[in-house]
Design a protein around this ligand. Structure first.
Ligand SMILES: Nc1ncnc2c1ncn2[C@@H]1O[C@H](COP(=O)(O)OP(=O)(O)O)[C@@H](O)[C@H]1O
Length: 211
């Protein structure tokens, strides 16, 4: 743990959902609102130089639809977050952190527990896997995502989500989970997320600070 890292736990929202459920779309919009800072673990991985050992690990695992090992992932997350704090892009005293794609299993959630206070988990739920696969295929063409291009990799990503990521919902079980229908229009999903934020006492306190 670095000295520059805040002593207090960082107030965070988690966006959780299967591949294609719209985590990135919602996270980006939310992150464009003052006092919300979006950090997408997948984007951090994709920004790595693929010639480096860690960049190669990312290509190796993500192209199979599997998770990158936890030690590498949490170290990268930690270092990336510290950079954002040091560069004053993210101000933990006044900003909420919007995490998308991390934690992706219970082990990662446990590691992150001393560092973040999870205020709410937005679970973008879409049981219709055919719809999600359709969205992923569309994205693969547009964004050059090699992990979305192939049918068996898509199916493996769903299986990884069911086996490893979904148990996070039990880890945070209780009032903190807000289930949102991810098959709705993106604007409606955002409306539901914002509604969940506005109910929180932490939001009301921030509003009073007028920062
Ligand atoms: N927290 C994480 N732990 C391990 N691997 C991760 C994590 N976040 C991203 N990855 C790797 O990056 C890939 C792409 O992630 P991401 O862009 O979040 O996908 P999506 O938004 O479609 O769910 C994952 O399939 C996985 O291999």
């Amino acid at each position: 743990m670095s000295d520059h890292f805040p002593q207090e736990r960082i107030k965070a929202f988690l966006i959780l959902g299967a591949p294609g459920s719209g985590k990135g779309t919602q996270g980006k919009v939310l992150g464009s609102i003052p006092r919300f800072h979006h950090l997408a673990c997948g984007d951090v991985f994709r920004s790595l130089d693929t010639r480096t050992p860690i960049g190669q690990k990312f290509v190796e695992y993500s192209s199979r639809g599997e998770l990158v090992p936890d030690d590498v992932t949490v170290q990268l997350w930690h270092a990336n977050l510290k950079q954002r704090i040091d560069a004053h892009m993210f101000k933990p005293e006044i900003d909420f952190l919007v995490l998308d794609g991390i934690p992706r299993n219970v082990e990662q959630a446990k590691y992150m527990e001393p560092h973040i206070e999870v205020l709410k988990v937005f679970h973008l739920s879409c049981p219709d896997r055919t719809e999600l696969a359709r969205r992923l295929r569309k994205r693969a063409l547009k964004d050059n995502r090699f992990d979305d291009a192939n049918e068996s990799v898509i199916q493996q990503r769903f299986a990884t989500y069911e086996a490893e990521t979904k148990p996070i919902l039990e880890y945070y079980a209780g009032d903190r989970i807000l289930d949102i229908d991810a098959s709705q229009a993106p604007a409606k999903v955002l409306y539901d997320i914002i509604g969940g934020v506005m109910e929180l006492k932490e939001w009301k306190e921030l509003e009073k600070m007028k920062v």
